[in-house]
Design a protein around this ligand. Structure first.
Ligand code: BGC
Length: 353
């Protein structure tokens, strides 16, 4: 079968390879792939900056934003042939650490977790894949065109869950949220903010393309100005930072009102230097009881939250987030940014162009 593989830490080695057909070991589901999403992590892996092959192997099958249809499912697994399904990215470490032992593998403490398509486990960018039923999530059938957005939705479901946990330190009734970055993570974070009944503002650089209308059609407000000006005008209780861009991160921390919570979700490149007033930053965080929390990955609870969020979302709006669908043979096109991209997906069912 065809699979999109790369040699981790060797840029320029991404290719469609012929690999042995997927088989479903005892108790696993066998799934026909429909699509995989391409995100910044996939681009980093393709560039040779991230990723680990399975032990003893040179190549890794990439793809962690999955969507497929169950071909075979064991009796009693809770799945049946034809179900729309997404595979979970991370697996707990084998020790396990305390967090993994409690099902919180997204919070793994010893770093020995594995991740499909990223760290030591083949991903979902192959014509067929198998998955343990405990690490598969069934989606509402009406999400067949957009279910590939599930994994990024789990990431923002976790981010919101973190914000709400941190908020419960004291009285907390947030009204206004600022989301920085109108990529898939930012837009989905904004959607979850609107679903919570909050006043949602989204800041990005662009003035045209699909992003401004995607934001306003959610019932949120789009901004493209300076973060300090936007923040002064709206005084957000919560900021969800989804760019990983240094000045925006510090702008976000400065932006919140008292008891502000900033959730950082963007994975930045390293070694870019920025001069900051560390004392001023500390003073503000202390004197305003602010919290800055990093958030990555998602556990099964967040997959359930994400499935619920997608089930009540406007499917037509979600479909507009997918700005390009590219058959896997033309994968290289998906790895070259285009101006109006929001989410680019690779397809395995012959759809797309
Ligand atoms: C994925 C996460 C993963 C992280 C680090 C992100 O792109 O969405 O599931 O934990 O990369 O590998």
């Amino acid at each position: 079968m065809r699979a999109l593989t790369t040699i981790p830490l060797h840029g320029g080695t991404l290719q469609v390879s012929d690999v042995p057909d997927a088989t479903a070991p005892d108790g696993h589901l066998l799934v026909d792939a429909l699509a995989v999403g391409v995100c910044g992590t996939d681009r980093e892996i393709a560039d040779g900056d991230y990723g680990w092959a399975p032990p003893g192997r040179e190549r890794l099958v990439i793809g962690h934003e999955s969507l497929g249809r169950v071909r075979t499912a064991p009796d009693g697994s809770g799945f049946s042939a034809g179900d729309l399904v997404v595979g979970v990215v991370r697996r707990p470490d084998p020790v396990p650490c305390g967090a993994c032992a409690h099902g919180q593998f997204d919070m793994c403490r010893n770093g020995q977790y594995t991740e499909r398509g990223i760290k030591q486990l083949d991903g979902y960018a192959s014509e067929h894949w198998s998955v343990e039923p405990d690490f598969a999530v069934k989606l509402d059938p009406r999400l067949h065109q957009v279910g590939v957005l599930m994994e990024p939705t789990t990431v923002v479901a976790k981010a919101w869950d973190q914000v709400e946990h941190v908020g419960r330190r004291a009285w907390f009734e947030p009204r206004t949220v600022l989301v920085t970055g109108a990529g898939p993570i930012g837009l989905l974070a904004a959607m979850l903010g609107v679903q919570r009944g909050l006043e949602v503002h989204v800041l990005d650089q662009v003035t045209d393309g699909p992003k401004p209308a995607l934001v306003s059609d959610l019932g949120a407000t789009y901004h493209h100005g300076d973060i300090d000006e936007v923040a002064t005008a709206i005084k957000p209780d919560v900021v969800i930072e989804a760019t990983g861009v240094g000045p925006l991160i510090f702008g976000a921390i400065a932006a919140t009102s008292s008891y502000g919570i900033v959730c950082l979700t963007g994975v930045s490149p390293t070694r870019r230097r920025l001069t900051i007033d560390a004392g001023g930053l500390n003073r503000e965080i202390v004197l305003e009881n602010e919290a800055v929390v990093g958030s990555v990955n998602a556990n099964l609870h967040h997959y359930q939250l994400a499935a619920q969020a997608l089930a009540k979302a406007d499917v037509d709006w979600l479909a507009r987030l997918i700005t390009r669908r590219i058959p896997v043979e033309r994968f290289a096109d998906a790895f070259v940014d285009q101006d109006d991209d929001v989410k680019v997906v690779l397809t395995f069912d012959g759809s797309g162009s």
